[in-house]
Design a protein around this ligand. Sequence first.
Ligand code: SF4
Length: 334
Amino acid sequence: MNYYTRLDENTIICDICPRHCRLKTGQSGFCKIRVNTGKSIEIPSFGHIAAINIDPVEKKPLYHFYPSSRVFSIGTYGCNMGCRFCQNYSLTKINSNPFDLKKYMPVQIVEAALMHGCKSIAFTYNDPIVFMEYAISVAKIARKNNLKTIAVSSGYMEEKPRIEFYNHIDAANIDLKGFDEKFYSKNCLAHLKPVLETIKYIRYQTNCHLELTTLLIEGENDSDSMLHKQCEWIAQNLGENTPLHFSAFHPAYKFNNKNRTSYETLKKACKIAKSYGLNYIYTGNVHSIETSTTYCKNCTKPLIVRDGFRVLEYNLDTSGNCNHCKTKCDGVFT
Ligand code: SF4
């Protein structure tokens, strides 16, 4: 389905995300890859892929979705977010011509994923909603071939495309960039409310597995009050079994003069999350076995011990229950 509103012969509004770019014929939107071609809003660079990698699923990060399985990860140029701290800005802020990139038909992506023994295909690196038609085409073929699909997204999208997109996705990691409207508008050129709506939509209206990630930037989105609000909202609106990752920022793009986030800051965030009863809290982009491990929410014994993206110990039975006390670990394990 195409999501747009035609205003006149030359002008169309894109309705994929809350930016609602108003585009004259030939113009591209904020995301740079969706274009008013005169007929509709299209992706002229459909299938031109900017990044392909085979990753462990832990790198997405997804810790409760087929642990230690391989993921065929793809992304294109362009993004609908304007994050000043973007950790992937060479892809999201197009400087090069997307048509210079190799083109892959959706079936080729699926064939490559199968050939490399992947369990899933992830749409990642840039926000997949800007190339959602391509992602959906890949996902349809993937599912026919018993491959799962993963979206790593900011969740900044409109309701109707959200319904269609998540119909094709099995697991999502949503980047909750902070818990403050001012932070979103100043540093992401976006708004918090639609992101929260997407998160709740995934949690309650789909079968898609959900995890959240917040990239903590010291002095920007790591205040105690912001973290308390965020964790309280997660506990009350999503439940305490929602996996939450606090990742360390490294200086990049317009925030290249900021400090790398310390482990102490991440630990502080984890402590606050724990005070709201969240059961699965992790740190990312730092080396810590302690805060990368999944613990049983009942007996507190280590269930999945990780070192970086490597699983060192796995103490779940074939049904995803704790080997010690038989309590179910939340997630998709079999
Ligand atoms: S998806 Fe791109 S073109 Fe469409 S509204 Fe968002 S930024 Fe604009």
